[in-house]
Design a binder for this molecule. Sequence first.
Ligand code: C2E
Ligand code: CA
Ligand code: CA
Length: 780
Amino acid sequence: MLPGSFRTRIASVVILLLLLVIGALYFAVQAATDAAVRSQTGEQLDAGARVFGHLLDRRGRQLHGAVQVLAADPGLKTALASGDSEAIRAVLASHGAQVDAGAVMLLDLDGRLALSTERQIDGQTARRLSSRLVAGQGAGVSSVLMPVAGGIYLLAQAAVAAPLPVGWVLMGVRLDQALVRELGELTLLELTLFARQEGVPVVWVSSQPVSPRGGAQADLALEHGAAGDLRRIGTERYLERRLVLARGDDFQVEARLYKSLSPAQRAFAPLDWHILAIALSALLAALGSALLLARTVSQPLRHLAAAAERVGQGDYQVPLELHRSDELDGLAKAFHAMQQGIAERERQLAHNALHDALTGLPNRVLAQEWLGSAIAAGRPTALLYVGVGNLRALNDSCGPGSSDLALQQLSQRLQASLRPGDSLAQLMTSELLLLLENSDGDSAVAVGDRLQQLLSQPLRIGNQEVVLDCCVGIATYPADGETPDDLLRRASIAMQDAAQLPGRLQMYEVGRDAAHQRQIGLIRDLRLAPANAELLLHYQPKLDIAAGQVRQAEALLRWRHPQLGMIAPGEFIPLAERTGSIQSLTAWMLEESLRQLREWNGRGLRMQLSLNISTEDLVDAKLPTRVEQLLMRYRVPAEQLIFEITESGVMVQPELALQVLHELRELGISLSVDDFGTGYSSLTQLKRMPVQELKIDQSFICDLDDASEDAVIVRSTIEMSHSLGLKVVAEGVELACSLRLLEHWQCDYAQGHLISRPLPAEAFEAWIAQPLKAPVLKTS
Ligand code: C2E
Ligand code: CA
Ligand code: CA
């Protein structure tokens, strides 16, 4: 049992209480028995005292009778008459012997001692005794007790008449130890007689061989100090009565009667043993039951504590049952309910932590765990990363909440398509992951293809049918990575690459990871590029073929990255368009072009500049206003600007884009269709656009020869454009023969390395100051 434990405390409290009760009971019983012993002993003492009185009285009367017999004895009278003192003494002695009288005296009428059988008694004493007896006789007392010559005597006297009074006879019985002991035995008491003379104790006679106090002096000395009638003598206690037997002017005789309390006490002695036995058994019983009680309380408490500890360690499985019918059982039930509540909430929390709230699908963390265990077990696994491109746009077209509905339907559709061993997770709002265990790249592509078909089936949102734009990227373990993070990232890269492909399905390609990392870095740094003065413009001349001169140039953006060096626009422009930084690049490019034009104008170099305008710029309704403000600020005529746009740029939001284009055109800016031939639109569609120029894409120009298919396309495009009143620019002219053909077909402008590469502003100025070289010049 632990010190200070619950059990110890209960046991000690119970035992303490019990000890108190037993103690109180014991003392109460002690007090009662003591009182009973004293009263019983007191009664015996009183009875003994009465018997003692009677005995003494009888003895006195006996003595009185004997002395009267002596006084009337004719033998005494004869002896007196003869005057023979020996004869008188013999008579006296013979009478005295009959009643054991220690002293018999003869006194004359005047009280003088004539004769005594006891030599120690002198005349003076005899006279005193006699006068005392005479005084007593007057009061009807027949005998008297007095201290005489070192002893206590019971005395009686009678007058001797022959027939006239001649004297007195006096008889005294000495109360010696034998007599006192006899009296003590008769009364069943211990007895001590005291005599005092002039207040000083002179005699004591005790029924015991030695005084109970060890001596008269000690006993008498106690007389003053002792209080009450209880006296401890040695180890025994006595009850005491004091009787004054006789009292004179100068003496007093006193009896002390003692009765020991021990006999009465002995009668009660078994009671003490009984109490002790009862106390011990009660103590044992109490201790036992206290321990039992403590056990019945502390054991369930220990169970509860152990259960609480288990719960603290996250173990909610063991049910807590006490099988009792008291408050502890209630506590255990409440505890059990609490444990289940915690377990349920923890399950919920764990589920929430690992599942998506909307679809209930496992989330990224769980997917990573699955992957981790597949990797740990070395199971080949394919990751199909599904991205939904147009999820957000659904909320705009089909109303708020549509994207959630679509996602739920999509996830249900995917779940229904799962084969045993496949698992589905939701990584982000619009990104899901399908894990195919024991699957290689080829079978993953087959599954991905089927998935594509499944996902391209229209969904029904409200009363609208929508088709989700789903891209599937595939990565496989162990081919594409060794860790869940690598695999997930690469599958996601494949998914992003898939978004650029018509089939919307792509396997991860080695090296795309590094390219992706570079892209992320570029996207991050691109935002700061304009402010950090990392951007610059190069200018590529546009040759007016018919005039054989250069009056136009295309401004092409360059980025000098502080760490990576020159970045080609082919790399960073699509990134900027995807991530929304293109508008800040366009703003910078616009301002820089106008500044350059202003500078050149100032120096008499009057150029028309073609500027590339992205799709994202065309859906910005404020673009025309901003351009107008810039034109005013730099005081450059709008006619010096040509904006190159792509067909696809107009197709995204045709109404807004057309509106912007018209406003730009109204400012006086010319519009040119870039990369013509790569898109889907036809020349007739161009009629709706306020364009003045068309740039045939360089893919048609680069290896142009008379007989090729491209030649047909280029030639017919030139003719059709002219019939629509559009100027035609051929891009990417690298060969003199191409230029000759273009010239022959009456193409208006040529742009390409044959004429010049894009040049920095200063180099461009220097280039343009020189005359054109031979292959560029017109042949006819
Ligand atoms: P683009 O508008 O088609 O520009 C023509 C591209 O063809 C330029 O590439 C130019 O250097 C290149 N080129 C010119 N002549 C030849 C040639 O004879 N042979 C070959 N192989 N290539 C030739 P660059 O400068 O790398 O620009 C690439 C694309 O970046 C541009 O294509 C344009 O779409 C975009 N871009 C460039 N600057 C800007 C800009 O300021 N804003 C926007 N939005 N896009 C820009
Ligand atoms: Ca261009
Ligand atoms: Ca182009």
